[in-house]
Design a protein around this ligand. Structure first.
Ligand SMILES: [Zn+2]
Length: 169
């Protein structure tokens, strides 16, 4: 498991869409709770940076490469700092307090791309705005969750086949 993989998914999945416009979880009490669960403060600037990181990462995952510009701006004051321990040098992410969590999200995204290339993807249900990191061996996971989108899409495909028995795929 990549460090902060859960943080990355929690942030990416903080604008779920159930049929209509996305909901906003990185806001108010819910946003504060999410940020604090990962050592953040949950104050407004921090949540704003998390929303930028989320929205632009979603753009990138969905194939819009222009999103790197805002992410570059977000990371402008982030750096890696060397910390010498008796066992070696550890590199720690360093960023202003209200950017730190967003920087960790970006760091985790980068690690996932490096170690699990192609495994971070959007749920195959186009009405869903959730994301998954595919840890299955064949790498064929398509749904944010089998219980919700997986079953829903299977039922829909079945209904389509029943209506039109000639198209079997
Ligand atoms: Zn889904």
């Amino acid at each position: 498991m990549i460090e902060d993989e859960k943080l990355l998914l929690d942030v990416l999945n903080s604008a779920p869409r159930d049929g209509g416009e996305p909901l906003e979880y990185l806001h108010g009490q819910r946003g504060v709770a999410l940020a604090r669960a990962y050592g953040g403060s949950g104050d407004d600037p921090e949540l704003r940076h998390l929303r930028i990181a989320r929205d632009r990462l979603q753009d990138l995952i969905r194939g819009s490469e222009t999103a790197t510009k805002s992410l570059q701006a977000l990371m402008s004051e982030a750096s890696m700092r060397a910390e010498v321990t008796p066992h070696g040098v550890e590199w720690k992410l360093s960023a202003p307090p209200d950017v730190r969590l967003a920087a960790r999200v970006l760091q985790a995204w980068s690690q996932v791309n490096e170690h699990l290339p192609g495994r971070l993807r959007a749920c195959a249900n186009t009405e869903c705005n959730l994301y998954l990191i595919d840890h299955t061996r064949p790498g064929t996971a398509k749904w944010c969750s089998m219980a919700t989108c997986g079953n829903r899409m299977k039922a829909r495909a079945h209904a389509a086949r029943t209506r039109n028995p000639k198209s079997r795929n």
